[in-house]
Design a protein around this ligand. Structure first.
Ligand code: F6P
Length: 381
């Protein structure tokens, strides 16, 4: 039975991670007598020359009240030890050596698709790991919902409703941009819950001529419009609307020409679509002032929130299940998840299938998602 467990939290922070940590420690210590250490900065801490400096002692007493705290007390990183360059530097071997040096015989952690992939690689090297899914993007299979998503929707919907009310009072078009990477869950649910007139999601590329015509119709009729746009919204580069915007706006030119930075898993850093759409709409709607269209980027405001009850409960249930699997049942190589009302586990490979919005056009349209009449393909993002 594993006796000393390391806890890690990788990828973007989000609400509910600390509830998982508190719960895993309590369950593992009280039920199985295991010892816990937290390792700051996930794989970046584990690969350090001096891993001892990254340790956070954790026991049932030190985690009292931790469930309610935002973000992660263990800090996070997107360090990928399994890139070709990091493999060549011997990172995976160093991690295994450090775990041995620390006397650790199992890892429990939270992560999104990238951190879970690293946990799977470590598992393949013979080291036992069990993970819990977390990300406001809600983009991992093997669970109905990831930690952080529910809280993000709750706050995001409130924020988007507030901008909608303000837009109505000032007779403006409001563009609210939300994260989500290549999955539209966050934009979809925040948009629906806040009564958005139009929602754009990465899964449905946007024909800008049709989009502008639709926004124009709403704005002319009602004198205000509320739009929720996903950061990963895909717009065609060669659209005549974009060509016009490029010619007329230096901001559009520079945003389109900017090469997005990549993280160590190769994910582009997204963001800025609402700034492009703001200028495109101004030109196409022939508005006198850009001030008639305002943008609000919810961005990181959705990541550092104190967890809502749903995420505290989910974190606690994930923590119990993960400790039971790794320590009690001596199994590993799996991710815990919620399926209906049950907490279950699935092999990493199954969990890692990307989960994007798969509903029919008909349903999405009824929910307010903008659906172009033709499927555009050449996209910015
Ligand atoms: O993975 C969650 C997420 O919040 C994405 O929606 C977003 O694109 C990304 O993280 C931003 O990551 P970073 O914190 O590395 O800038």
């Amino acid at each position: 039975m594993p006796r000393k467990i390391a806890l890690i939290t990788g990828g973007g922070d989000c609400p509910g991670i600390n509830a998982f940590l508190a719960s895993a420690v309590r369950r593992g210590s009280n039920e199985y007598g295991a010892e816990f250490i937290g390792v700051r900065n996930a794989f970046s801490g584990l690969v350090a020359d001096n891993p001892e400096q990254y340790l956070v002692p954790l026991d049932p007493r030190s985690v009292v009240g931790l469930e309610n705290r935002s973000s992660t007390i263990l800090e996070s990183s997107r360090f990928n030890p399994f890139t070709e360059a990091n493999r060549a530097k011997g990172c995976p071997g160093k991690i295994l050596a450090n775990l041995k040096r620390l006397g650790v015989d199992g890892i429990l952690g939270t992560g999104g698709n990238d951190t879970i992939l690293s946990a799977m690689r470590l598992e393949e090297s013979g080291f036992p790991t069990v993970m819990a899914p977390k990300s406001i993007d809600n983009d991992v299979s093997g669970t109905d919902v990831m930690l952080g998503f529910r809280t993000a929707i709750l706050f995001g919907a409130q924020a988007a409703r507030s901008t909608a009310d303000s837009a109505r009072a000032h007779r403006r078009i409001s563009l609210v941009e939300v994260m989500g990477r290549h999955a539209g869950w966050l934009a979809l649910e925040i948009g629906v819950a806040s009564g958005a007139d139009l929602i754009t999601i990465p899964e449905r590329p946007v024909n800008l001529t049709e989009f502008c015509a639709e926004v124009s119709r709403i704005y002319r009729e009602r004198h205000y419009a509320n739009l929720v746009v996903a950061e990963g919204t895909s717009i065609p580069y060669d659209d005549p609307v974009i060509k016009r915007a490029r010619e007329e706006s230096a901001v559009v030119r520079s945003l389109l020409e900017e090469t997005p930075e990549l993280d160590s898993f190769g994910n582009p850093k997204l963001g800025g679509i609402s700034q492009i759409l703001r200028r495109v709409l101004r030109i196409e709607l022939g508005l006198e002032k850009i001030e008639e269209i305002r943008t609000t980027d919810l961005g990181f405001t959705l990541r550092g929130l104190a967890p809502a009850a749903d995420d505290i409960i989910l974190g606690i249930r994930f923590g119990i299940k993960a400790a039971d699997i790794l320590i009690g049942e001596e199994r590993s190589g799996v991710m815990v998840g919620i399926h209906g009302l049950e907490i279950k586990d699935v092999p990493y490979k199954k969990a890692l299938k990307p989960k994007t919005v798969t509903r029919s056009d008909r349903e999405l349209k009824a929910l307010g998602v903008f659906i172009s009449s033709n499927g555009e393909s050449t996209s910015r993002q």
